[in-house]
Ligand binder design. Structure first.
Ligand code: PLP
Length: 244
């Protein structure tokens, strides 16, 4: 849920965003150049869970073009007040909630079962549209995380590419939190990048594999260095989240 904030607190959050945004853009630019790309080659998705709509709208007015929410209910509670902006769904999705996203979400990044892909396809066809999706990979094979296992991704990719109403755009992952620091993290990023390149090589129908959505507040620079071209950033832009 979104926090209830006073006017002063909201103004302070907007100012904090302005500072954070500059720093994030600088870091993205630096990592892009180091990896032989341009800052425009990397898409920044602002992860806006728990963030007040007025702060999100301030972010959009300041240049954020893409936002992501990970709960359908929260998204619906904000949707009507949001300024025009590309929206991606990035959280766990039950098939019975897909209907709220079709026509609203330009992309559903968290497709982790065939059944979910089928439902997205079915409702997209019914609504005369097509929905972009990413396959989520559970790269660390963690019990607590969603996603296809890395070794089944190719097979699932083939299966899902046959479903009408969806267009496959690539891969998304939330790698394990690495206490050992950067190097282990980068190993996960490299594995994801390899899957991304393997998917691109397939050239299947209904797919334009151009998106590797990996990297969050604590590791986006490393993710970009290993080939990510979409980073999903929450707390580094909006400050630490308070859950309640
Ligand atoms: C919250 C969230 C993010 C952003 O996390 P931060 O660590 O705050 O940057 C990225 N991806 C998903 C799927 C999320 O739910």
């Amino acid at each position: 849920m979104t926090e209830k904030l006073s006017h002063e607190e909201i103004e302070a959050k907007k100012r904090a965003f302005d500072e954070n945004y500059k720093e994030v853009l600088y870091n993205i630019g630096e990592a892009a150049v180091k990896s032989g790309r341009k800052v425009e080659d990397i898409r920044l998705l602002a992860a806006t869970k728990t963030v007040d709509v007025s702060v999100i709208n301030h972010a959009i007015e300041s240049g954020i073009k893409l936002i992501g929410e990970n709960r359908v209910q929260e998204y619906l509670s904000k949707k009507d007040e949001l300024l025009p902006c590309e929206f991606h769904f990035i959280g766990r999705l039950q098939t019975n909630k897909v209907k709220y996203l079709i026509g609203n979400a330009a992309m559903i990044q968290s497709v982790d079962t065939i059944k979910l892909a089928q439902e997205i396809g079915r409702l997209s066809v019914k609504n005369n549209t097509s929905t972009d999706i990413l396959l989520e990979v559970n790269i660390g094979k963690e019990e607590s995380k969603a996603g296809f296992m890395p070794e089944e991704i190719m097979e699932k990719y083939h299966e899902i590419s046959e479903i009408a109403g969806i267009r496959l755009r690539g891969i998304m992952a939330i790698p394990p939190v690495c206490e050992e620091g950067g190097e282990k993290n980068r190993e996960y990023f490299r594995k994801i990048h390899k899957l991304f390149v393997d998917m691109q090589a397939q050239k299947l129908d209904n797919s334009i594999i151009d998106t590797m959505s990996v990297g969050m507040s604590d590791d986006y620079a490393e993710a970009i260095l290993e080939g990510s071209n979409m980073v999903r950033i929450g707390s580094a832009l909006f400050g630490k989240r308070i859950y309640f």
